[in-house]
Design a protein around this ligand. Structure first.
Ligand SMILES: [Zn+2]
Ligand SMILES: [Zn+2]
Length: 794
């Protein structure tokens, strides 16, 4: 290769390009003819003087093409022109021809030739055309270098001649550039050499880099010395990062060189988890377990530390770490070691951490004498192997109920049953079996109880193994206190003959003792005969009402209503009317308390009109009617019922407290007739909008029945609709929300309802539709025949 910076035109001749775009020139002299003497050379033309004295012109070979390039010429000819221009360093001409040819090889040749001549500007132009952007960028950087030697160094390096580049750099104004070059190539030896002379301030960095390279090659001794040099040549306290890197290197290489005290001390002083872990890993490889463990511990790698301590059988050192680690395997190792040394409490803790329940159970039973703890563990975890162990323990210690319980948990059911049977521990067996018993097991339990004449227990298990006739027979044998269970059995069996057996029993045909009508109601419900159940409920409610148990009757009818609703069955109107009447009576107390005497009076009048349904309290109720109508300024009603009370059959029962007052009322009939209609608001029907008295539920116009408000007892209105969030019965929003302020309980279902839970239904169309069809269905559908009333009590 030609020397950079000395590429003047020296030799002319044949031109050629090598693969790396270097221009080769082979000398090709242009001979002068005999007698010619060259007198002048200008732009490739030699002016010769002949012997005769005349002048002639001779064109040199090296120039014969340079001025003749033409775009119309062949590629080869133009290339010849280009090369000749290049050989003559006529870069402008070469560039012009190059534009026509546009060949990468030629651009690279132009770039190279320009560089050899240190003509950076033309080189950049050529490389830009090539294109070679990396080269252009680099040239941008060195373009401003004025020192020819420095520039030559850079160009030599570009051409890969680094030895030459170093030579140029060292002679140039910036010999440190040679150092940079070595650093770029990670040639730290050479870099160190140069730095000694040219850049001592960079020595510490270069030592550090060299040391890390040497360490990577496992040349630890030299690496250590370079780390130390890097420390030595650096001003302490100036660059903490550098210092800690040096110390880390010294720590690692010292350990590798076998100087454990120094290396470990350095690592611990540094207090850097990564360094400690690195050194620990080296120590581990060197089988220095304790030292490695110490460094792992310092690095917070407790699992590794503990595992090495345990490997070294150094349990005292491992113990404080155990709480911090999570690997079950280590805890297990630790536990076994502790157990083998008789430290059972420690072993128990470690087994717990290792989640080895079986070993925990074993230690509690065999070594620590804590059977209760073992029992609890097995109960909580349902661990079969542990259960077997505990069962065996219980058997040995005469704890039969424990043995049965744990045999079951150990899935050893047959043995558990035999033991329970032999030792009379069947209750434990039953409890352990829970809901998981098979039919066979229940049959065996039933037989056991039957043999011991424990008939209710036997019946329960006959029912569980679906031997319903036997179950029913045994329940009925026990008698009335098992009727609920008997009903349940018949409900499950769905068998006509069993149903009849039970009905006969309830009607008293078996023992001449008729049973409570509630049982019939429950039987119908259990059989899913909701309509029959409703019929029975109605009869029972009627009886309760006649006895004066209004709240019970109300509750029963409410529940029946809800049952029918949930089964989407029609509502018997009779049942609904009775519920409405009872509810009207039930809410009077609240209305009076809220000082709503008007509504209270209207509700009482509603009750009074059906007073024969309340035979137990005719006089007190009518007395209330008189008093409340007085308060509500309804003198007509007050007078009418006062007259009734003064009839001989009632008069004697009227309370002395009110007798005088009622007599006064009767004595002075009111001047006008009944004013009630005028007193009561006339409000629109929710179905048709027709206006009529708000306590009337049957519309005179459209004949539909409106539901009543559970708070006021009045007719529901379209504009003031809400529902109890618990039972979904309708209520006037304004009345119910006011009522809940005083008493947060639904008067229908008794559930607690917060005032804020109540919402105003802005569009009750759906509800209105529901009630319309509900009442129409209850009217049209032939209500199921109520069951025959039970015979009167004996
Ligand atoms: Zn209507
Ligand atoms: Zn409710």
């Amino acid at each position: 290769m030609r020397e950079v910076g000395k590429s003047g035109v020296r030799c002319l001749g044949q031109l050629d390009l090598s693969a790396d775009a270097q221009l080769h020139i082979e000398a090709a002299p242009t001979p002068l003819q005999h007698g010619q003497v060259g007198v002048l050379v200008s732009d490739g033309t030699v002016v010769c003087q002949q012997s005769s004295g005349t002048l002639s012109h001779l064109r040199l070979h090296s120039h014969d093409m340079s001025s003749q390039a033409h775009v119309m010429d062949t590629f080869e000819r133009q290339k010849g022109c280009f090369l000749q221009a290049l050989a003559l360093n006529r870069f402008a001409l070469a560039f012009k021809i190059g534009l026509a040819l546009n060949s990468r090889d030629l651009w690279l040749a132009l770039g190279r030739r320009s560089l050899e001549c240190l003509d950076i500007a033309w080189a950049k132009k050529a490389y830009r055309q090539a294109p070679a952007p990396g080269m252009v960028m680099y040239l941008d950087k060195i373009q401003t270098v004025e020192d020819k030697l420095l520039l030559s160094g850079h160009v030599s390096a570009l051409f890969g001649n680094f030895a030459k580049a170093r030579e140029y750099f060292l002679q140039s104004c910036s010999p440190e550039t040679a150092l940079d070059m070595h650093c770029d190539f990670l040639e730290w030896d050479q870099a160190l050499q140069l730095a000694q002379t040219y850049a001592p301030h960079r020595l510490s960095d270069i030592y550090l880099k060299s040391a890390s390279q040497l360490e990577g090659r496992n040349q630890n001794e030299q690496a250590l010395s370079h780390y130390e040099m890097a420390m030595r040549d650096h001003i302490p306290g100036t660059r903490p990062e550098h210092e800690s890197q040096c110390k880390a290197g010294i720590a690692r290489t010292s350990v590798k060189m076998g100087d454990l005290p120094r290396g470990m001390q350095m690592a611990l002083d540094l207090n850097d988890p990564t360094v400690c872990r690195d050194c620990a890993a080296v120590l581990h490889k060197m089988k220095q377990y304790v030292e490695a463990a110490q460094l792992y511990e310092a690095a917070g790698s407790y699992d590794q530390a503990a595992s090495l301590y345990i490997l070294d059988l150094n349990f005292d050192a491992a113990a404080p770490l155990m709480a911090k680690i999570s690997t079950p395997k280590l805890h297990l190792q630790f536990a076994k070691a502790k157990e083998s040394r008789g430290a059972y409490q420690d072993a128990l803790v470690a087994y717990e951490r290792a989640r080895d329940l079986d070993s925990m159970v074993r230690i509690c039973l065999d070594n620590l004498n804590q059977p209760q703890k073992a029992f609890q563990l097995v109960r909580e975890t349902k661990l079969a192997t542990g259960a077997e162990r505990v069962a065996e323990y219980c058997r040995k210690n005469g704890n039969i109920s424990g043995a049965v319980e744990f045999l079951l948990l150990a899935k050893n059911t047959d043995e558990a049953f035999l033991l329970a049977e032999r030792q009379d521990e069947m209750a434990t067996f039953e409890a352990g079996l829970g809901d998981h018993g098979t039919q066979q097991q229940h049959r065996a339990i039933a037989k056991y109880y039957e043999q011991r004449n424990l008939l209710a227990n036997a019946a329960k298990h006959y029912a569980l193994c679906e031997e319903y006739p036997t179950a029913l027979r045994l329940y009925l044998k026990v008698g009335e206190k098992e009727i609920d269970h008997a009903i349940e059995v018949v409900g499950k069996a769905r068998n006509d003959s069993l149903t009849h057996t039970l009905i006969d029993y309830l009607m008293g045909e078996t023992d001449n003792v008729p049973k409570d009508a509630n049982y019939v109601y429950r039987l119908h419900k259990a059989l899913g005969n909701y309509m029959q159940a409703a019929g029975t409920a109605h009869i029972i409610a009627k009886q309760e009402q006649e006895m004066g148990n209004y709240k019970q009757a109300h509750q029963l009818l409410f529940r029946t209503y809800q049952d029918l609703k949930s089964q989407k069955l029609a509502l018997p109107q009779e049942l609904w009317r009775r519920l409405m009447l009872l509810h009207s009576y039930v809410i009077v107390k609240r209305l009076v308390k809220a000082a709503d005497h008007h509504s209270a009076a209207i509700m009482l009048v509603r009750v009074a009109k059906n007073i024969q349904q309340f035979p137990a309290h005719i006089v007190p109720i009518l007395t209330s009617v008189v008093i409340e109508c007085q308060r509500a300024k309804m003198p007509g009603e007050s007078y009418q019922y006062a007259c009734t009370l003064m009839k001989p059959e009632y008069r004697k029962d009227v309370s002395e407290q009110y007798k005088k007052k009622i007599e006064n009322i009767v004595r002075k009939p009111p001047p006008e007739v009944d004013q009630r209609d005028a007193l009561e608001a006339s409000l629109p029907c929710m179905y048709c909008g027709f206006n009529f008295a708000e306590s009337q539920l049957d519309c005179l116009n459209c004949k539909n029945i409106s539901p009543f408000c559970i708070a006021s007892g009045m007719r529901m209105l379209k504009e003031d609709w809400s529902n109890c969030p618990a039972c979904n019965f309708p209520a006037r929003y304004s009345v119910f929300s006011a009522m809940l302020q005083a008493n947060e309980q639904c008067p229908m279902c008794d559930a607690v309802v917060k005032p804020e839970e109540l919402v105003l239904v802005s569009d009750p169309t759906q509800q209105i539709g529901y009630y319309k069809s509900l009442f129409q269905a209850s009217e049209s559908e032939s209500a199921p025949a109520p069951p025959p009333p039970p015979p009167p009590p004996a």
